[in-house]
Unconditional design. Sequence first.
Length: 165
Amino acid sequence: MPPWSGHHLRERLGGEFDDAAWDSALQVNLKAVFHLVRFLRPLLEAAAVTGDPARVVNIGSVDGLHVPSAEIYSYAASKAAMHHLTGHLAGRLAPRVAVNAIALGPFESDMLQESLAAEIGLGSPMRRPGGLDDLAGIIQFLGSRGSAYLTGTVIPFDGGLSITR
């Protein structure tokens, strides 16, 4: 099963969650982000123009912004670390590359089935889970000239869920 599947989302204290699953969350959510940016840095810097940097948009989670109630220790910790890495990379790569992250809330995905996304989304001020059009809109903004002065930011993109916790 892939490391991002629901199988790895519930981690129990007391030994039921193995080290391989913990390492997998860090590999996918943190280490891969770092190495991909490092690998692409020459291309990113070459694509930048004065006043309009190249962009990196990391996909984080609201579970990396606060301590979640669910037992998702490695997932939440890896997303929090990725949010921190976003700021670190932003400071190092500016002004040629802008690095930001989106902290997603409930969106239907391979990791969060439709019924659970809907249930969580109903508890948000927007009263629904996010959809593909929502995600396309924020990605379009972060890739546009309108975001050229934005870097090192983690944007909660969760229908207001993070303000209710």
